[in-house]
Design a protein around this ligand. Structure first.
Ligand code: S3P
Length: 434
């Protein structure tokens, strides 16, 4: 079992940090390139286990993919045609792979079986099966509770008007992907805005969708199909969710000064900047000019003493993947931090509410578990100890950052999961502790 060691450092965090490519955008770029007509080059692609699972599944579906150098994939799209695969399609630990491909495969005229690892096989899939079934695909979840393995009998679909029961970019994207193959207009109503990478990326591949706000400020996304996408060259920006770990470390240590270059600044993902600013962090943003649909730029953070805050309501979807590390920010801040309306955390790679409560308490933090979040009394002194990762990359990395502020040594067990999203995290961490 791989373990990761983190230990107290009193040094300030300084310098320029290059974060790896955005995970959500890498998945989508590979998928849209496979549907497009012609050869696309995706650069800055995140070579983590999750995104490589998407690449491997697309190859099994008959897409030729070259890998000329690290971070670059050349994808020979077949204009929306895929081959019936032999055997199952392994999505490993990646919910994004399984849910987005469920949308794509719902529209293909053959049967496929999507499987995943133990964690993915426990995650809810009805949320994606319901809209796909309403569009006319036939789904069978052969796991215990409407969970993977998923057997998908795809075919000709019809458009639907669908109100998402929860804020999920994966479900929204599955419906958008299916709609690209469906005659007519499919409409999706989002309860709260969540990441809109699929919508934006369609324009890069010469596809389209329309996004409007209704009177209740809900986003209405309409996709008229069928659509023919065209190949393009796409540059994936750095992942703000990976920058988040070092952003919190730098924000919480007075005297630190860290820059993150070429980070994605899509407003559906930058909630962490607003939260840290509310906590008193000194953050400046330098947008970079870009012709692409995803805004990006440089984030500069100067460390200070953080204050507690409340994270709730519509902000939750924007910071959903950053909540474990924001819980650490709460522990390092003065005063109370409350995270609520975050029930979705319970159905991530692990139950992230109870995992963070257990681990932060084991380090000496004052944390209370709520059904929909955590209440943290900041300022307690932390002690290093041995902690489980729960097989969840974001829990492992958030606890490793907490370890930088804890007396003694923190050992995190079972950390091979970190490779699912951040291949060089460990090297970065040791550059701060050695
Ligand atoms: C993602 C959407 C979010 C997020 C996940 C990546 C995506 O999940 O937590 O890490 O790429 O669409 P949900 O769609 O379940 O909210």
């Amino acid at each position: 079992m791989k373990t990761l060691q983190s230990r107290l450092t009193n040094a300030t965090f300084r310098g320029l940090i290059q974060v790896p490519g955005d995970k959500s955008i890498s998945h989508r770029a590979a998928i849209l390139a496979s549907i497009a007509q012609g050869t696309s080059t995706i650069s800055g692609f995140l070579e983590c286990e999750d995104c490589l699972a998407t690449i491997a599944v697309l190859q099994k579906l008959g897409i030729t993919i070259e890998h000329p150098e690290y971070g670059v994939f050349v994808i020979h799209g077949r204009g929306g045609f895929f081959s019936e695969p032999s055997g199952t399609l392994d999505c490993k630990n990646s919910g994004t792979t399984m849910r987005l491909l469920a949308g794509l495969l719902a529209a293909q005229p053959f049967t496929t079986t999507l499987v995943g690892d133990d964690s993915l096989s426990k995650r809810p899939m009805r949320r994606v099966m319901e809209p796909m079934s309403a569009m006319g695909a036939s789904f069978q979840a052969t796991g215990m509770k409407g969970t993977a393995p998923l057997i998908i009998q795809g075919g000709r679909l019809h458009p639907i008007d669908y109100k998402l029961p929860m804020s999920s970019a994966q479900v929204k994207s599955a419906i958008i992907l299916a709609s690209l193959f469906t005659s007519g207009t499919t409409t999706i109503i989002e309860p709260t805005t969540c990441r809109d990478h699929t919508e934006r990326m369609l324009t890069s591949f010469q596809g389209s969708c329309s996004c409007l706000l209704d009177q209740e400020e809900r986003r209405i996304i309409s996709v008229t199909g069928p659509q023919k996408l065209r190949a393009c060259s796409f540059q994936v920006p750095g992942d703000i969710s990976s920058a988040a770990f070092w952003m919190v470390a730098a924000a919480a240590r007075r005297g630190s000064h860290v820059c993150f270059d070429n980070v994605g600044l899509n407003p559906t993902r930058t909630g962490i900047i607003d939260v840290l600013k509310r906590m008193g962090a000194d953050i400046s943003i330098q947008p970079h000019p870009t012709a692409q649909a995803e805004p990006l730029g440089t984030i500069t953070i100067t460390g200070t003493t953080l204050q507690g805050t409340i994270i709730q309501g519509k902000e939750i979807a924007n910071v959903i993947d950053e909540l474990p590390i924001l819980a650490v920010a709460g522990v390092l801040a003065h005063g109370t931090t409350i995270i609520k309306d975050a029930q979705e955390l319970r159905v991530k790679e692990t139950d992230r509410i109870s995992a963070m409560v257990n681990n932060l308490r084991a380090m000496g933090a004052a944390v209370t578990e709520q059904d929909d979040g955590l209440e943290i009394q900041g300022g307690a002194s932390l002690s290093g100890t041995t902690l489980p990762s729960y097989g969840d990359h974001r829990i492992a990395m958030a606890c490793a950052i907490a370890g930088l502020f804890a007396c003694g040594e923190t050992m995190i067990e079972n950390t091979s999961c970190i490779k699912t999203s951040y291949p060089y995290f460990e090297e970065m961490l040791s550059s701060f502790t050695s």
